[in-house]
Design a protein around this ligand. Structure first.
Ligand code: GLA
Length: 401
C-alpha cells in the first residue's frame, strides 16, 4: 500500500511538474509594450498596434504575440484576491482584448512578477501563483512574462517552478517567459520550467551604452558569449538553447530613436543569429518602411526561425581590424554568418573563411548576401567589402554542389 502511495505521489508530482511543451518550437515572435510605452500601455495602443501589424505585414511574417508588460493592473487586488486590469487603461477588459486579438490571428501575452511587487510597483504574484494563473487562463492569455523584482531571498528555481505549476494547473497552454535577468544562470536550470529566459539586465536604445541597469544591444551581444567561461572554440550560451527553450537577450530596440538605421539592422541581424525571441519594442504604428522591411525580411527570419533551433556563436572578435563575426548552423547543412563593423567609421572588412575551418570542417559554400539580396561568391575566396559604421554583412551559406 505504502509503495503504491509513493508511486502515485511520484507520478502525480511528475504530472504536475510540467511546462506546456511544443509552444515555441522556433523562437517566439511578437511585440512587447515596455520599450516604447512603459507605464502608458493601454487597450488602444494594443489594438492600434495589432491593426498596424496586419497592415504592414508583420502578423503574416510571424509576429503573433502581443505582450502587455508592467503597469496594466490596479494597485490593489479585489476582495477575492484577484488581480484586476485597470479599467481606465483597459475599459473593455482583458478577456475582450484577447477575444479581439484571437479573432485577428494574434495571441495575447501579459506580465507579472515572482516577487511581492512588480518592477513598476504593481502587485506581484508571490503567494498567488495558482490564482493568478487561473485569472490569466480565464482571460485567454497565451504568454506570461514573469519578472523578478521584490523577490527578496526567494529561490528563483522554486519561484519559477511554482508559476509553471500554476499555469499547468490552470490548464491553458501559455508560453512562460522567465525574466530573472540571468543572476542564477537560468540557462542551466530553466529548460524544463519556461520557454525562454532572459540572460541579462535590460536593453535600451543604444549601440553599446550603459545606463545603470540598462545596456545597449552590443553589450548584451557580448554577454551572450562572455557569460559562459570560454576557451578557444567554445560557444558561449549557445549550447543551452533549442526548440521550446531559448536564451532571451531581451526585446528588440530595432527602429527606436537611439539607434542609426545601420545599428538597428545589425541589432536585428544578431538577434536572428542568436535564435533570440523576436519581440519588437518600437512603436509599430509609426515606423519607417525601411525598418518594417528589416523586421519582416524573409531571409533574415528564415535564419532566426530555422527548424534546427541552433543558437549562433561568436567565431571572431578582432577590434584592431574593426570586425566581429558570428555564425549559426541551419538545417540541411546550411549556415548563416554575420560580420559587424565595430568601428565608429566606415571600414573595409575582410572575411577569410579559411580561418573558420574548425567550424566549417573543410566544406565549401555558396554565399548569398541577405541585406543586398544577391549572390556574393563562395567561401573559397575571402570576402572583402566596405561596411558602414556599426552595420553588418549578413550571409546565408549553402553547401556547394
Ligand atoms: C524589468 C524587466 C523589463 C520590464 C520592466 C517592467 O526591468 O526586465 O523587461 O518588464 O521590469 O517594470
Amino acid at each position: 500500500m505504502k509503495k503504491l502511495l509513493c508511486l502515485f505521489l511520484g507520478l502525480a508530482s511528475i504530472a504536475l511538474a510540467q511546462k506546456f511543451t511544443g509552444l515555441a518550437p522556433t523562437p517566439p515572435m511578437g511585440w512587447n509594450s515596455w520599450n516604447t510605452f512603459a507605464g502608458d500601455v493601454n487597450e488602444s495602443v494594443v489594438r492600434e498596434t495589432a491593426e498596424a501589424m496586419i497592415k504592414n505585414g508583420m502578423r503574416d511574417a510571424g509576429y503573433n504575440y502581443l505582450v502587455i508588460d508592467d503597469t496594466w493592473s490596479l494597485k490593489q487586488r479585489d476582495a477575492q484576491g484577484n488581480l484586476v486590469a485597470d479599467p481606465a487603461k483597459f475599459p473593455s477588459g482583458m478577456k475582450a482584448l484577447a477575444d479581439y486579438l484571437h479573432a485577428n490571428g494574434f495571441k495575447l501575452g501579459i506580465y507579472s512578477c515572482a516577487g511581492t511587487l512588480t518592477c513598476g510597483g504593481y502587485p506581484g504574484s508571490w503567494g498567488n501563483e495558482f490564482q493568478d494563473a487561473r485569472t490569466f487562463a480565464s482571460w485567454g492569455i497565451d504568454y506570461l512574462k514573469y519578472d523578478w523584482c521584490s523577490s527578496g531571498t526567494a529561490n528563483p528555481q522554486d519561484a519559477y517552478k511554482r508559476i509553471r505549476d500554476g499555469i499547468h494547473a490552470a490548464g491553458r497552454p501559455m508560453i512562460l517567459s522567465i525574466c530573472e535577468w540571468g543572476g542564477s544562470k537560468p540557462w542551466e536550470w530553466a529548460a524544463d520550467v519556461g520557454h525562454l529566459w532572459r540572460t541579462t539586465g535590460d536593453i535600451y536604445d543604444s549601440y553599446d551604452g550603459k545606463k545603470g541597469w540598462e545596456m545597449g544591444w552590443k553589450k548584451i551581444l557580448d554577454l551572450q558569449y562572455d557569460l559562459v567561461t570560454n576557451s578557444q572554440g567554445s560557444d558561449g550560451l549557445a549550447k543551452y538553447a533549442g526548440p521550446d527553450h531559448w536564451n532571451d537577450p531581451d526585446m528588440m530596440e530595432v527602429g527606436s530613436h537611439g539607434l542609426t538605421f545601420a545599428e538597428s539592422r545589425a541589432h536585428f541581424t544578431f538577434w536572428c543569429i542568436l535564435a533570440a525571441p523576436l519581440m519588437a519594442g518600437n512603436d509599430l504604428r509609426h515606423m519607417t518602411p525601411e525598418i518594417c522591411a528589416v523586421l519582416t525580411d524573409k531571409d533574415a527570419l528564415a535564419v532566426n526561425q530555422d527548424a534546427l533551433g541552433k543558437q549562433g556563436f561568436r567565431v571572431l572578435a578582432e577590434p584592431a581590424k574593426n570586425i566581429e563575426v558570428w555564425v549559426k548552423e541551419l538545417s540541411n547543412g546550411a549556415w548563416a554568418a554575420a560580420a559587424l563593423n565595430t568601428s565608429t567609421q566606415e571600414a573595409e572588412l575582410t572575411l577569410d573563411w579559411g580561418y573558420f575551418g574548425w567550424v566549417f570542417k573543410g566544406n565549401k559554400y555558396d554565399l548569398y548576401d541577405i541585406w543586398a539580396k544577391k549572390p556574393a561568391g563562395t567561401t573559397e575566396t575571402p570576402y572583402k567589402a566596405k561596411v558602414a559604421s556599426h552595420d553588418v554583412v549578413f550571409f546565408r551559406l549553402t553547401p556547394k554542389k
